[in-house]
Write a protein that binds this ligand. Structure first.
Ligand code: CUA
Length: 375
């Protein structure tokens, strides 16, 4: 029991006996509410409010209903008892002003139960989650890819690539119903997110990285695609495009129309220039801004040993302890530019290329100028 130094503590013997009058009938009432709640979630599919577009959505909904049933049941008991005890054991008018309630501590039996029960609950919840998640995220890596589609995030819209269609498809994303789909998502500029609530799946779109979503389309319809990663001033309106799931014949017609429309479109991706980059007019100020956008997720402006993903880059061009870069070449502006251009694959990790990082030659000149300015 906590005692304040110098103050006498009056420990008042409660006039309320045991757990208080009406504890067991009240527990019965809470139990009825909890059972009604569990029954409600057992018979109510979430698709009543949210349509499902793909097969995994139903599995995720089932998991979510288990969590809702258990979570709300716990909420009913915890809040119910909190209200009940705060009324039954409230301070009475004839209590001395400095009275403390009955102090309970070192109840090993109680402590054992409140450790064991939540531990079992967490294990059961993890088991239920992994059971649903494993086939979606891990096992499906070895199952057939089905139709492979790409989506690329831009400020502030999505484009799509389909096998057999030149260039990029704009507007809505179409898929045939009843087909397994592998959707590779990435970004051209900043981090976006690909979220279709009706799929219950969401994936970050990161420049230089391909994230994979796997699902089987299940229901014909139009489902909104929403960006859920703050990506600039128009992030809030990056929700105007739809995933259109349609019968195979309709999809084939749509697919053919884009084949015709994009017949002469270029598939060319940005190329890594073969010539060395002209570093003569790089701007350190512009490079600093670019560094915070494109590099700081993996590199700190700190000494070499301050590793995030890659090494710290402060003084990379002026560090007597590291006269050579990780490429093995001397630390010169031209050799740093070479790594920015072609990337680097080594024991330390992987640095993406100029194209993967969406850097222009001018961007590289600016970044090198910035790095060179850090002593
Ligand atoms: Cu794109 Cu937010």
């Amino acid at each position: 029991m906590m005692r304040l130094k110098g103050l006498p503590v009056v420990e008042k013997e409660s006039s309320v006996k045991g757990l208080g009058p009406g504890f067991w009938p009240f527990t019965g009432l809470l139990t009825l509410l909890a059972i009604a709640n569990i029954y409600f979630w057992a018979v109510t599919p979430l698709s009543r409010w949210m349509p499902t577009a793909v097969t995994v959505a139903t599995q995720i909904d089932e998991l979510f209903r288990v969590f809702l049933a258990v979570g709300i049941a716990l909420f009913i008991y915890i809040l119910g008892y909190a209200i009940f005890f705060s009324i039954v054991f409230r301070a009475r008018k004839d209590d001395p002003p400095d009275a403390l309630g009955v102090q309970i501590h070192d109840n090993h039996k109680l402590e054992l139960w409140w450790t064991v029960l939540p531990t079992i609950a967490v294990i059961l919840i993890s088991w239920a989650s992994v059971r649903v998640w494993f086939p979606i995220q891990i096992a499906s890596a070895s199952t057939p890819a089905g139709l492979v589609v790409e989506s690329i995030g831009h400020q502030w819209f999505y484009t799509f690539r389909y096998p057999g269609i030149n260039g990029e498809v704009t507007g809505n994303m179409h898929l045939p119903v009843g087909e397994p789909v592998t959707l590779n998502v990435s970004s051209e500029d900043v981090i976006h997110s690909f979220w279709v609530p009706a799929m219950r799946l969401k994936q970050d779109m990161v420049p230089g990285l391909i994230n994979v979503m796997r699902f089987t389309t299940d229901r014909v319809g139009r489902y909104r695609i929403i960006c859920t990663e703050f990506c600039g001033v128009e992030h809030g309106v990056m929700n105007k495009q739809y995933l259109v799931i349609e019968p195979k014949a309709q999809f084939a017609a749509w697919y053919h129309s884009w084949q015709v429309k994009n017949a002469t479109a270029s598939n060319a991706l940005p190329q890594i220039s073969s010539a060395p980059i002209d570093l003569s007019d790089g701007s350190a100020a512009a490079g600093q801004v670019l560094f915070s956008q494109k590099c700081s997720a993996c590199h700190a402006i700190a000494p070499f040993s301050k590793r995030i993903v890659g090494p710290g880059l402060k003084g990379v061009l002026h560090d007597p302890a590291h006269p050579n870069l990780l490429s093995g070449k001397p630390a010169t502006p031209a050799n740093v530019a070479d790594i920015l251009q072609h990337g680097l694959q080594g024991s330390y990790g992987q640095m993406p290329t100029q194209v993967q990082n969406a850097l222009t030659d001018k961007d590289i000149a600016n970044l090198v100028a910035y790095l060179n300015s850090l002593k």
